[in-house]
Write a protein that binds this ligand. Structure first.
Ligand code: SF4
Length: 293
């Protein structure tokens, strides 16, 4: 288990600042990312702030939610090219809060398709991936960084999304998949969704059998109680089921809430509690874990 917590207070404040606002951009936002260990250039495919989950720990500010806003792929490409250029030339590090980024982290670590909702819900998802990969290819001589998809795993059974994922891996990218529960009841409670956990697991398998994936899992206190141990054990059984069916899991990222969650009865776990969960998960599954306190 690795703990990525070697940070000063000012760095922690920077890491917690995952604002989707950057300049006049509508879609593209750079953040200092602990998980990717540098500047992650995010692409928000859900400017309408609509998600098919309603997680109790969600840290997206849904004020100003406006269902039905269209997504302009050519604007995404323009914003992406300009933002990459600003990072590469160092111009961004003259602007707060990026002026506080330590020198060793002043590089592009990845382009991450995520957003204020589930990115694969956007009908033009495949086209976005194709266009973003073209820009990445144009940048190959100036730096190598992967394209990462961060997803709640609900849309992975759609053929066009699967094609996009194959394209991402063909270009040395990766998919980070959310899994936050071990039982149907807990999944329903945490995700606020009627999409069954067994569908999520089936979807994760469909990708993990073809490509090595990263699992992202959020653990937290509910009503100030520790995370239920039985839920952790059930969660590990699901991970083992994925592996036994031929799925490859490269890493499990274990984190907790870092910004105000949707429900005020949800609160963060301590580093010791995350360490305990990571050790337990590693012991029961033998898959590498990293924690993000
Ligand atoms: S899937 Fe992500 S964006 Fe959607 S509600 Fe859950 S945490 Fe929020």
């Amino acid at each position: 288990m690795t703990c990525l917590n070697n940070t000063s207070y000012s760095q922690i404040m920077l890491y917690q600042n995952h604002s989707r606002s950057f300049k006049e951009n509508r879609y593209v936002y750079p953040v200092l990312s602990r998980r990717s260990k540098g500047i992650s250039v995010g692409i928000n495919l859900n400017p309408d702030k609509v998600c098919n989950f309603n997680c109790i720990y969600c840290q997206v500010d849904r004020n100003g939610s406006a269902p039905g806003i269209s997504v302009d792929i050519s604007q995404i490409c323009r914003e992406l090219a300009e933002t990459l250029e600003m990072i590469k030339t160092g111009e961004i590090f003259l602007i707060p809060p990026f002026d506080k980024v330590p020198p060793e982290l002043r590089h592009i670590s990845d382009i991450a398709i995520s957003g204020d909702g589930e990115p694969t819900m956007f009908p033009g998802f495949y086209e976005v991936v194709k266009e973003v990969l073209k820009i990445k290819e144009e940048w190959e001589e100036r730096g190598h960084f992967p394209l990462v998809l961060i997803t709640n795993s609900t849309g992975l059974n759609r053929p066009k999304v699967q094609d996009a994922i194959d394209l991402i891996y063909k270009n040395n990218g990766e998919v980070w998949l959310k899994l936050d529960a071990g039982s149907e009841d807990f999944h329903k409670k945490v995700s606020g969704s009627d999409i069954p956990l067994k569908v999520i697991i089936q979807n994760i398998k469909s990708v993990a059998i073809r490509h090595p994936v990263v699992i992202q899992s959020c653990f937290f206190r509910i009503d100030n109680s520790p995370f239920p141990i039985s839920e952790i054990e059930d969660y590990c059984l699901l991970l083992k089921e994925i592996v036994e069916s031929g799925g490859k899991i490269r890493l499990i990222q274990i984190y907790t809430v870092a910004r105000p969650p949707r429900e005020d009865y949800v609160s963060p776990l301590s580093q010791n509690e995350l360490n305990f969960i990571a050790d337990k998960v590693h012991e029961l599954t033998n898959i590498p874990t990293e924690i993000y306190p």
